[in-house]
Design a protein around this ligand. Sequence first.
Ligand code: AVJ
Length: 352
Amino acid sequence: QTPQITVDRHLTAAERHASLAADMRAGLTSHPRELPPKWFYDATGSLLFDRITRLPEYYPTRREHAVLTAHAAEIAAVCPAGTLIELGSGTSEKTRLLLDALRATGVLRRFVPFDVDEETLLQAGQDILRAYPGISVHAVVGDFERHLGLLPGARPAADTGAAAGAGAAGAAGADGGHGEGRGDRRLVAFLGGTIGNLRPAARGAFLRALSDQFADGDALLLGADLVKDPRRLVAAYDDSAGVTAAFNRNVLSVINRELGADFDLRGFAHVAAWDAENSWIEMRLRSVREQEVGVRALDLVARFDADEQMRTEISAKFTLDSIAAELAAAGLSVSHQWTDPDGDFALTLAVP
Ligand code: AVJ
C-alpha cells in the first residue's frame, strides 16, 4: 500500500481573511483593545516563535520535550492509537517522539496534523511521510475553536451532516472513521501550552467539543504550563534578546499587510505582566505616544492615547488540580499526569 497525503480544508483563504478582519475590527474597537493571539503566526511570526523556543528564558518547550521523552512509551502503552492527531502542528520534533512510540506498538497507521495554515501542514506532512514509510498523512486545515467536530474518525454527530461537507483533495471521502471499526483509537495531542492562550470560557468550549466527539479508546494528550515564581514567568515572556518583543509587535505587521493598516512598529512597546488573580501572563503593546492608525480594509481609524495598552495574548498557567478540574468539567477524566523533575510543565493524558 502506497502512503499518501490527503487534505481536508475546512477553512478557505477567503474565510480565513474574513475571520482575521472580523477579529481585528472587534479587537481594535473594544475597550480596552485586545487582539486574539492566533494571528501572530504568519511566516515571520512562526520563525520568531521558533527562536523563542530556544531562548534561555523560555523554558516550556524544553520542559515539555523532557516530559515527552521520559513518558512517550508509557503514553503509547496507555493509548496504542492507530491515528495520531496533532492540533496546531508545526513542531515536528515532539510529533516524532509520539510517532516513534506509537509505531513501536505496531498499530500506528495514520498521522493527522491540524492547523490553520496549509503551507505549514503540507511541510510537516511531507517530512513525516518521508520519515515514516507506511504511515499515511491526512492533513486538516481548520481552526481548532471551530472545526473540532470534523476531525477524521469523529464519533458521528447526531445533529449534523457536516463531516461530509469538506472539500478534500486526494483520496476523497473514504475517511470518516466509519467502517474501520473502533479498532482505530485516536490520540489527540494538543501540546506547547497553547490551551493557555484561550480564555477560561473558550477553554471549556474547546474541551467540551473534543470530549463530545471522543469514543471509547480515544485520548487527549494535553501540554500545560504550570504556575511558578512570577519572575521566571515574566522573564519567559520578556526575554533579554528582545525576541518576544519582536514576536509581539509582529502582529501589527500582519495587520499592515493583510488589512492595509499603517501601524508604525516603533510606536509600540512590548509589555509582559503576570496577572495573579487570573493566573495568566498577559502580553500587551503600549502605544508610546498619542497616535492615529488607519486600517484601510476595515475603513477604520484607531486613535491611541499615549501609554494606552492593547492586550495581544494571555498565556494561562495551571496547577495539576486545575487542569484535572477543567477536564472533568468537559466530561474528560485524567488517566495520567506527568511533569518534568522541576515541576515546571505538565502533560496530562485524559480519556472520555
Ligand atoms: C503558543 C502557547 C506556546 O503562550 O507560551 C510564547 C506563545 N507567546 N511567547 C505561550 C508565546 C509568547 C506560547 N504558546
